[in-house]
Unconditional design. Structure first.
Ligand SMILES: NC(=O)c1ccc[n+]([C@@H]2O[C@H](COP(=O)([O-])OP(=O)(O)OC[C@H]3O[C@@H](n4cnc5c(N)ncnc54)[C@H](O)[C@@H]3O)[C@@H](O)[C@H]2O)c1
Ligand SMILES: O=C(O)C(=O)C[C@]1(C(=O)O)C=C[C@@H](O)C=C1
Length: 364
């Protein structure tokens, strides 16, 4: 029996999901397009098995429906689906960057014999469209699912089982809590990046010296300012109340810097940087397939100076490329744990063998 997966909106996220599912045993992926040239493109690029312009044809007989259109269109799609005779047991999910309003909408529609479980893969890019899709996009990323209260656990487990193909890690969350958290760690940074770029653009004079000299700092913090405007218009308007509170808090952060500078309070400036780097350095390592594929080894190491240098030299002598080294735990009375990260799995395997031969205790 074939599992039919329908993707509405085969862009960056929908296309990446399609690539994760297509070609897997017993799965057929259908893309819904709203323009004939898009339908041809999805098929010719090999992203879907077939594409259709018909909403009904895409939805009927589907086992899983993924809504991957801009957030502002999700509720309309849900209402349209709720009026169709969908396959009994069909699981509808979405990938929208906000989760509260679509969850409320699905709840109000009181769907019969089909299930809605909101979703949001915490991976993406400033690029958009099917051209930017990649089967590696979600690898090692978190993928939030926001099942409604009373959801069929069987349906939830079925969706989780399907999402194994994305190689993402599933996190279950309340939809409104999701919007508060993601507002702070994703939506606010996008506003700040755009405001900063527009501020600097305003200063850029005829000789373009501001843009010419813009180096690592400006580029690092502003990559996401190039994100798709319609996608972000919808996200920010949809998460409006959360964003307004976050921007008030942001204004307070900015005001604190204003007063530190007005009073020449160097100590407070240092403290602000120290606090920030402390929190940032403790962020869990991201092991994202498309951008930074990392394979980690952990080893117990005795706590004495020079250990990092010695291990790095041993690996280097064998031509093993090490990407990152970190001491996770180091106290006088217990051995430390060292994390070694590699870009190539083969490098990790060779390092494991070498270190085991040197009697280190190694964990993958
Ligand atoms: N970009 C990211 O980093 C990211 C990450 C996670 C989730 N999301 C969410 O994923 C969803 C899709 O975003 P994306 O980044 O893939 O965008 P995208 O622009 O790459 O893809 C959007 C898709 O929606 C379709 N679409 C746009 N307007 C349409 C219309 N009027 N009628 C029918 N179809 C239309 C497009 O054809 C395209 O297939 C959004 O809800 C977004 O919030 C985005
Ligand atoms: O990496 C990026 O470019 C992203 O913007 C990805 C990002 C994020 O803010 O982290 C953007 C929107 C999402 O809904 C999830 C992830």
């Amino acid at each position: 029996m074939t599992t039919k997966i329908s993707i509405f909106g085969v862009g960056l996220i929908g296309g990446s999901l399609a690539l994760c599912f297509k070609g897997k045993p017993g799965i057929t992926v259908v893309g819904h397009a709203h323009r004939p040239e898009s339908a041809d493109k999805y098929v010719s690029r090999g992203v879907v098995d077939s594409a259709t312009l018909s909403f009904e044809e895409a939805a009927l007989d589907s086992d899983f429906i993924f809504l991957c259109v801009p957030v502002g269109m999700l509720e309309g799609y849900m209402e349209r689906l709720s009026r169709l005779p969908l396959k009994k047991g069909c699981i509808i999910t979405d990938v929208g960057s906000t989760k509260g309003s679509i969850a409320d909408c699905a709840q109000a529609l009181d769907l019969q014999d089909v299930h809605f479980i909101g979703g949001h893969p915490m991976a993406g890019s400033e690029r958009s469209g099917v051209e930017a899709a990649s089967s590696l996009l979600f690898e090692n990323a978190y993928y939030v699912l926001t099942p409604p209260p009373g959801v069929s656990e069987e349906a939830y487990e079925a969706l989780k089982a399907l999402l194994v193909h994305t190689k993402a890690q599933i996190v279950r969350l309340d939809p409104h809590r999701h919007d508060e958290i993601v507002g702070a760690i994703s939506h606010l940074p996008h506003i700040i990046a755009v405001a900063l770029v527009n501020q600097v653009h305003g200063y850029d004079s005829e000789d373009s010296l501001y843009s010419t000299l813009a180096a690592g700092g400006f580029r690092d913090i502003t990559r996401i300012a190039s994100s798709e405007p319609v996608i972000w218009r919808d996200i920010l308007l949809n998460n409006r109340s959360v964003m307004l509170q976050l921007l008030k808090d942001w204004n307070e952060e900015v005001s604190e810097f204003v007063s530190m500078l007005e009073t020449g309070d160097g100590e407070a400036i240092e403290k602000a940087f120290e606090e920030a780097s402390g929190f940032r350095n403790r962020l869990p390592e991201r092991r994202k397939g498309m951008i930074t594929p990392l394979f980690d080894l952990h080893i117990d190491v005795p706590d004495h100076p020079g250990i990092i240098g010695r291990i790095a030299t041993e690996l280097g002598d064998q031509g093993i490329n090490l990407s990152n080294v970190q001491i996770i735990e180091s106290r006088e009375d217990v051995p430390g744990i060292m994390r070694l990260s590699f870009r190539q799995e083969s490098d990790m395997e060779r390092a494991k063998e070498l270190l085991q031969r040197r009697d280190y205790t190694v964990y993958v």
